[in-house]
Write a protein that binds this ligand. Structure first.
Ligand code: ATP
Ligand code: MN
Length: 475
């Protein structure tokens, strides 16, 4: 809140964290976890003011910044005047000056910003968001705002939230067959919240060459995991003239850049979070603790190349692993194994046990990936792969999903038919393959998973201000 300069008068405003010895206020304005000590000299302030200096109260203090005699801070404010801007009833304020569990604080999400942990998490989140824009802006990418309400579901299989103005009490207009007549709905079509801005992103890449989106996406997946939210923010760059390798290179450079930006700009917060994580892990048995501290882990990621391998290579590593042979996977790799969708335990094994670094997996079986991914040439019978890439990170699992896109109209149409994707509804998407198609690629990175990785927070619900998940949309 103030620097290290001394002997000047100033006014500060913030929230009282603690008030001790009827003299020392620890004041915080959210700019850092380092509170400013405000000294209320004994005898100088009325009892009425002193008793209102409670945890959570908001105050304004004017006085001299002087060198501090106390431990733990270089300067302090010797107050001449203290004004209470907002009282906080100590009996009722839910945050006591002690450690609260993350679960407890999740239920107090409106106040949890006022704790050190969430102060740090959300300052780091801000830094990462800023770094995202800086990275792409510096490279000349155009920031594209894709629609939130769409009539398409990019994956064809995503669980979407419906958007409608039709009544839900059973009186909505019906077709002859009894189904709801969405022609009568607001948009004249059934619509939903977007699950991805990719398809629209591709349209713009066919004009600006390089674009990115950074916006909210919604998935009504009923998954109560520490990695899934119903509302999350996604970054989706889309680049004309990129192939799969260019795509992977960009994703890797991007992840390194934003992590480095956060370390360079929010070192204090990251060090605080590293300490928090180390404390939390002390309660775990030795073999469950991270091998590296948070700061060490982030520096490792910045300084080391990600491991790159194909899906087929990954399957053979998993199949031949002792872990598999000793039947330690819940989903065992049986027989040849080729074709299965990797479970998160498989991804974690590759990243955390086998390679011990982020991994880029490429060329997945076409059958387990989306219709728009480019079919690899020269595949053996029954082994059609696509130019997909997933990036897996330690402790997080999948952080990026991307691919080179299928630019060949005939191949794309054939794939859509096989996967029952209605081509007539996506006529505009197919038009880019009719008019000036070119090789292109892109990826989607879940912003909250990135924030989790950088802050070391174990639960995705603790890295977004007001999380939405099954049975919870409070605040
Ligand atoms: P997962 O297998 O982890 O569910 P996905 O294959 O559904 O991921 P994509 O559709 O490729 O993910 O989405 C791109 C990125 O968005 C993912 O790599 C991940 O970082 C993020 N993501 C996906 N679903 C969620 C979610 N429900 N909450 C938060 N982030 C998500
Ligand atoms: Mn998913």
């Amino acid at each position: 809140m103030v620097g290290e300069k001394v002997n000047y008068s100033t006014t500060v405003m913030g929230w009282v964290r603690t008030f001790r010895n009827n003299q020392f206020i620890a004041l915080n304005d959210g700019s850092t976890n380092n509170n400013l000590q405000v000294m209320a000299e004994l005898g100088k302030f009325s009892d009425d003011v002193l008793k209102r200096l409670t945890t959570g109260a908001c105050i304004k203090a004017t006085g001299q910044i002087i060198p501090s005699l106390g431990k733990g801070q270089k300067v302090e404010l010797k107050a001449d005047t203290i004004e209470i801007l907002g009282d906080s009833d100590a009996e009722k304020f839910p945050l006591q000056p002690k450690k609260h569990s993350l679960e407890f604080l999740r239920e107090k999400a409106h106040l949890r910003f006022r704790t050190n942990t969430f102060g740090s998490v959300f300052r780091v989140r801000h830094a990462l968001a800023f770094a995202v824009h800086k990275f792409f802006n510096d490279k000349g990418f155009v920031y594209l705002h894709t629609p939130i309400i769409t009539a398409s579901d990019a994956e064809g299989a995503g669980e979407t939230f419906r958007v409608t103005t039709l009544p839900v009490d059973g009186t909505a207009p019906k077709n002859e067959d009894g189904s709801i007549n969405f022609k009568e709905d607001f948009f004249g079509h059934s619509t939903n919240l977007t699950v991805s801005g990719q398809l629209e992103g591709e349209l713009a890449a066919m004009a600006f060459s390089d674009i990115y989106t950074f916006g909210p996406t919604f998935r009504a997946e009923n998954s109560n995991t520490t990695r899934h939210l119903a509302e999350f923010w996604m970054i989706e760059p889309e680049m004309a003239f990129y192939d799969l390798e260019d795509n992977a290179n960009l994703a890797e450079e991007f992840i390194r850049y934003v992590i480095k930006y956060a370390i360079d700009n929010n070192k204090e917060d990251i060090e605080f979070l590293a300490q928090r994580l180390a404390e939390e892990e002390k309660a775990l048995p030795q073999d469950k603790r991270s091998e590296m501290g948070l700061v060490e882990k982030l520096e490792f990621v910045i300084n080391n190349d990600f491991e790159r391998l194909t899906y087929t290579e990954a399957i053979s590593i998993l199949r031949e692993s002792n872990h598999n042979k000793k039947k330690k996977f819940q989903y065992l790799i049986e027989g040849d194994g080729w074709g299965i969708d990797l479970q998160s335990e498989h991804e974690r094994y590759l990243v955390e046990k086998h390679f011990k670094k982020p991994v880029i997996l490429t060329n997945y079986p076409a059958a387990i990936k989306a219709f728009y991914m480019r079919q690899d040439d020269g595949c053996a019978e029954g082994r059609q792969t696509v130019a997909a890439m997933d990036i897996l990170a330690p402790g997080i699992g999948e952080i990026v999903g991307g691919s080179q896109r299928e630019e060949r109209l005939d191949k794309l149409e054939q794939r859509m038919k096989e996967m029952n994707i209605p081509a007539d509804e996506l006529w505009w998407y197919l038009d880019t393959r009719r008019f000036g198609a070119c090789p292109h690629a892109g990826f989607g990175l879940g912003f909250e998973r990135l924030v989790q990785f950088v802050t070391g927070m174990g639960n995705i619900r603790d890295v977004i201000p007001f999380p939405r998940y099954p049975k919870s949309a409070e605040f």
